[in-house]
Design a binder for this molecule. Structure first.
Ligand code: MN
Length: 253
């Protein structure tokens, strides 16, 4: 079993170290993570400059980091750097939830999605709250989920799972819910400030609160004190409205 691990918080993030430690013994582990925090970079690939891969050094033996995005890390790994095809791609453990609309912006989900796009089973792990509270327990959850997946075999259709873990010391004892994505309200307004040169600058505001957080959603599950596991797919097609759009736009007037 060969497991590739990436993240979006950067190669020095505690969540990455915890995931790597938690997975020890389950297979041959390769860690390739972004040099810098790349949260919110979604599936971006770096196309306007070359990428470099650096060894983590004595403090992080076996770890490599890339001066690029989470998707860059997995993409470079799978298309030449590793020289083999891993059996599983893991991402995280992210600092903060990736639920509902977050999954579109998330570099954590994107790193796993890159594996999935290459046909490899992939799992993204996030802690619901920022601050790394109860991180060891999140690591135990990740290990338990991966152990269960490995025990069931990874053959067949590749999958993409998005796991959100409450920051609780007993996280590994919490019930698990298989969920669908909820929805968030639109983000908070951009924050406008003036820089020391007197020019306006803008900070992207925080994500909005949950809007669709009903029974069955990821938001609902974690609010109930459960670990949320959402199976994701990549097809963004609005299938339900295909006939409508055909009638409206498929032929010229
Ligand atoms: Mn992040």
């Amino acid at each position: 079993m060969r497991i590739l691990i990436a993240n979006d918080d950067g190669y020095l993030a505690p969540g990455l170290a915890t995931l790597v430690a938690a997975i020890q013994g389950l297979g041959e582990i390769e860690v390739i993570a972004p040099e810098q925090n790349a949260s919110g970079t979604s599936n971006a690939l770096t196309l306007n400059r070359p990428l470099q891969v650096f060894a983590g050094g004595a403090t992080q033996p076996g770890l490599r980091f890339v001066n690029g995005t989470p998707s860059d890390c997995v993409h470079v790994a799978l298309t030449g750097l590793l020289g083999y095809r891993p059996d599983l791609v893991l991402s995280g453990i992210n600092q903060g939830a990736n639920m509902g609309d977050d999954t579109l912006y998330s570099g954590t989900v994107a790193a796993a999605m890159e594996g999935y796009l290459f046909g490899i089973p992939s799992v993204a792990f996030s802690q619901v709250d920022k601050g790394w509270m109860a991180l060891d327990a999140a690591g135990r959850v990740a290990r338990a989920v991966v152990e269960q997946l490995l025990a069931q075999g990874l053959t067949g259709q590749p999958f993409l799972l998005n796991v959100n873990i409450p920051n609780r010391p007993d996280a590994d004892a919490l019930p698990r819910r298989i969920t669908r994505l909820g929805r968030r309200h639109a983000s908070e307004p951009v924050i406008r400030q003036t820089n020391p040169r007197g020019e306006p600058i803008y900070w992207i505001g925080p994500a909005g609160d949950a809007r669709e957080a009903g029974e069955g959603t990821d938001f609902h599950a974690v609010a109930q004190g459960c670990v949320s596991i959402t199976p994701l797919q990549v097809d963004l097609t609005d299938h339900a409205r295909l006939p409508d759009w055909r009638s409206r736009l498929a032929s010229r007037p």
